[in-house]
Design a binder for this molecule. Structure first.
Ligand SMILES: [Zn+2]
Length: 476
């Protein structure tokens, strides 16, 4: 038996306990919880689960050009022209967000060609739904590929999201990158993920066998192949899109955007029914990206016709006008992103350029989802990765009516994030019998420590130290 003594402990439910000594058995499960005096400073909690990431994509980003900090188009192109050329000869830049640039104009195709001097390059927007490529790369993309604008070098939706299917990253390189990202995930307190992947990467992840607990969603474009080959060990969902994003003005919001435009859901009734049928045949659930209220209603309608398929709604930012669409706690769960609040919902944020103030306030209504008895799990969608970077968006939501308490917010990023990923053994509070997936925070948010000042001191997965000083566990 090994022991971990902490001065403060939150089991995942109820009040914070003072002075607890947890016994961890050889099987990696908690065997005992006893009061003690003293113990390590900080707060021991169940470890985090990030219910919505794109793990292979994020891993690739880690080894590629980081464009998240650039402030204008030329700075991005300049960085790319100086970047080392990777083994497959293709420069990949990730994470640009022109809404944060001093001048939000995207670079023209001519300008990209001029600065990059004929080296093939792609720049993927932070949302993943839009990318820019130069002429050298355009020449490599087959004629007739949907979502490719050859005049401007812009790739949208499938062309952008599916880029790595056209140009697969060498498998060994990807696995090395994923190993690095796994270590990074542990350092952020995360021991479980729900990851949305193409089938090739999903299979690669299954073969690699990560230490992270992993639930996979496979993009609907691969649904037929998934059905032919069987879902494998870790695939739990087909991932589909009912609409686009606020960033690209194609979230299917209620009524109009500020510029007078409107947008219908991307997937019509027939397409949604097909997706439900495919999920049912593959014996998996469905994860549906649905941001706008019209998209949410369309999913609720399709779900009514296929009640045996469990559906996870991704993002659900404009949930308020769709609260009465017919949600049921036993077959609908929600995966939402508190970091989106921090990033886009604060005064002057991107949402305000899309919708009037009164509608912006109502976005990301976390408390409403909970008050309807629906399961809410948090995920970062990698923007940025790291629960502690997002939680303030839940507890300091600009609309006080939608704020969560510290307990509700932590629960959504631990037990309930595990729940919406199907890790049922982690969806219960820490008690004897539960896997010892734990995280020691440097300070206690229940006592008012601000999220941005809280660090991760140690992380345990199945009772093994995966981050921090291994000597922290006392052997006995
Ligand atoms: Zn996503």
């Amino acid at each position: 038996m090994r022991f971990l003594a902490c001065s403060r402990f939150w089991p995942g439910k109820g009040p914070v306990l003072n002075g607890v000594r947890a016994g961890i058995g050889p099987g990696g499960r908690v065997e005992s919880i006893e009061p003690c005096s003293g113990g390590l400073p900080g707060l021991l909690i169940p470890s985090f689960v990030d219910a919505h990431v794109h793990f292979s994509w994020k891993a690739l980003e880690l080894g590629s050009l980081d464009c998240s900090g650039v402030r204008c188009a030329d700075a991005m192109l300049d960085a790319a022209s100086r970047a080392p050329v990777p083994e497959d000869g293709l420069i990949r830049g990730f994470g640009f967000d022109e809404s944060s640039w001093d001048d939000p104009a995207l670079p023209t195709l001519e300008r990209m060609d001029e600065v990059l001097g004929g080296r093939p390059a792609i720049f993927t927007r932070v949302c993943g739904h839009v990318a820019l490529v130069d002429s050298a790369l355009l020449a490599l993309i087959p004629e007739g590929t949907p979502g490719v604008d050859r005049e401007t070098g812009r790739l949208t939706e499938e062309a952008s999201l599916g880029f790595n299917r056209m140009f697969p990253v060498p498998g060994a390189h990807l696995v090395r990158s994923m190993e690095r990202l796994q270590e990074h995930a542990f350092s952020l307190g995360v021991t479980g993920i729900g990851s949305m992947e193409h089938l090739r990467e999903a299979r690669l992840i299954e073969e690699w066998a990560p230490r992270l607990r992993t639930a996979l969603g496979v993009f609907s474009g691969d649904a037929e192949e998934l059905e032919r080959r069987g879902p494998g060990k870790k695939v739990r969902w087909i991932k589909a899109f009912a609409d686009g994003t606020f960033g690209s003005w194609n979230a299917a919001v209620d009524g109009n955007y500020l510029d007078g435009s409107s947008c219908a859901p991307m997937a019509d009734e027939g397409r949604l029914s097909e997706l439900f049928a495919a999920a049912s045949r593959c014996r998996v659930g469905l994860c549906v990206h649905a941001i706008g209220a019209r998209a949410l209603r369309a999913v609720a309608d399709a779900s009514r016709r296929a009640p045996s398929v469990r559906v996870r709604l991704e993002h659900a930012e404009e949930f308020m006008p769709a609260v009465d669409a017919g949600w049921h706690g036993n077959r609908h769960s929600f995966c939402m992103q508190p970091n989106f609040v921090r990033r886009w919902q604060m005064p002057g944020g991107m949402y305000e350029s899309r919708l009037p103030h009164s509608r912006v306030r109502e976005l990301n209504p976390f408390r409403e989802v909970l008050s309807r008895g629906l399961r809410l799990g948090f995920g970062s969608d990698g923007m940025p990765f790291g629960p502690l970077k997002g939680l303030a968006g839940a507890t300091d939501h600009p609309n006080p009516a939608q704020r969560l308490t510290v307990e509700q917010a932590l629960r959504a990023y631990t037990l309930d994030a595990a729940g919406v990923c199907g890790f049922e053994d982690l969806a219960a509070p820490v008690a004897p019998g539960r896997p010892a997936d734990l995280c020691l925070l440097s300070a206690d948010p229940f006592s008012g420590a601000p999220w941005e000042e809280i660090g991760v001191k140690a992380v345990f997965l199945d009772g093994e130290t995966v981050f921090g000083d291994p000597g922290i566990l006392e052997e006995e």
